[in-house]
Design a protein around this ligand. Structure first.
Ligand code: FRU
Length: 309
């Protein structure tokens, strides 16, 4: 099975601080770390590990479509090596006149476990035409591909989804609805088969719980067969709008405590995609939700995504 994930790629600089600073405060961080980030790349990094345990992993291919600086830039080389040889970058869009990647500066608070992210990105966004060119080769090889979109640049993403519906009619489309306050995400949710909502987006839209979000969203998503929502310490929930099947699972509390929450949602999405794509047979609705919740819980107990098994 071919999975194509479409979303931004970042280089993250993470400062771990005792607490989130007040404005104009001076604060000494206890740690600095740098690593490749971005929702889709993070999800693929986790999936690449999980695939080692999938019954059909031999025929699977993981692909990333993202905008990167020049192919020979240090950043692009670092990004390539961070994803190893399990993730294909052949369909990426390289901006040859740029050398700097999109960057995130993140303050991780030890007091609350929050991660506050400030992004900077000067790379021009992907256009629908570039997307069509990037997926063109897949028309020959992919059987029933799965396209997973980070919900960003909603107008462009919606055009890409329409393109997929037209030229890859047998494919499945999932969309991550994460960024609070970004308009146009509702339309993306309405066009998808599977939707993953974040707590931030849900709260920003007035929902008071994952269940509240999913029940109301099931009235606003005409095509979806599965809706999921994560809710931090309150776990995660899933709903199949067509059958009414609903489940909520409590957060997986590890004795090891919280070490790094950056990318917990991306890890949940990896766990969910793993269940949906590679455990289509054998795992039911609840087991898939439990697994996604478990792997996201495991992730927060450790730094980064390496050896997440
Ligand atoms: C975590 C993350 C970071 C990245 C930021 C982009 O979910 O993907 O790795 O810098 O979010 O919004």
């Amino acid at each position: 099975m071919t999975l194509v994930a479409i979303g931004a790629c970042y280089l993250d600089t993470i400062l771990t601080a005792p607490h989130y600073p007040g404005e104009d405060e001076k604060l000494r961080a206890s740690r600095i770390s740098r690593r490749r980030g971005g929702n889709c790349p993070n999800t693929l990094e986790v999936l690449a590990q999980l695939l080692q345990y999938a019954p059909s992993s031999a025929e699977s291919s993981l692909n990333l479509i993202t905008v990167l600086p020049s192919k020979t830039s240090v950043a692009s080389q670092q990004i390539q090596s961070s994803l190893g040889n399990m993730v294909q970058l052949d369909s990426c869009i390289y901006r040859e006149t740029f050398s700097e990647p999109a960057s995130s500066y993140i303050i991780a608070s030890q007091a609350t476990g929050s991660r506050t992210i400030v992004n900077y990105n000067e790379l021009p966004e992907m256009t629908p035409t570039e997307f069509a060119t990037a997926v063109q080769p897949l028309r020959a090889i992919a059987d029933r591909p799965w396209f997973h979109f980070e919900g960003r640049a909603p107008d462009v993403t919606l055009e890409c989804i329409h393109y997929i519906r037209k030229y890859f009619p047998n494919s499945t489309i999932s969309v991550e609805v994460e960024k609070p306050g970004r308009s146009g995400l509702q339309e993306l949710a309405d066009a998808a088969d599977v939707v993953m909502y974040s707590k931030g987006w849900a709260q920003n839209n007035g929902y008071i719980s994952a269940e509240d979000c999913l029940r109301d969203q099931s009235l606003k998503t005409s095509q979806a067969s599965l809706l999921c929502c994560t809710w931090g310490h309150d776990g995660a929930a899933a709903l199949e709008p067509k059958t009414g099947t609903f489940a909520h699972v409590p957060a997986h509390i590890e004795e090891l405590g919280v070490t790094d929450t950056i990318g917990a949602g991306d890890t949940f999405n990896a766990g969910l995609l793993y269940g949906l794509i590679y455990r289509r047979h054998g795992w039911d609705f609840r087991k898939r939700l439990e697994f996604a919740n478990l792997i996201a819980g495991l992730k927060v107990t450790q730094e980064g995504f390496i050896n997440l098994q």
